[in-house]
Design a protein. Structure first.
Length: 68
């Protein structure tokens, strides 16, 4: 009888561990996706900033040419 109770207890504890591990894996996957999305957003912002700087430089060049 003790062996059955022990086996049931071990099975219950093992089930909790599996649940915890699957939750941790899900959270880790979500964080990875969040980081990847953050990197994409950062790259897009860097491109937008680069374009804005180019436009500003072109405007400054045109203004300088017009002043001559």
């Amino acid at each position: 009888m003790k062996q059955i109770i022990t086996l049931v207890a071990i099975a219950a504890l093992a089930g909790c561990g599996v649940d915890t591990m699957s939750t941790a894996a899900t959270v880790a996957a979500a964080k990875k996706k969040e980081i990847e999305q953050g990197k994409k957003t950062m790259e897009q912002m860097q491109q937008n900033i680069g374009k804005a700087m180019e436009q500003t430089q072109q405007s400054a060049d045109r203004a300088e040419d017009a002043a001559k």
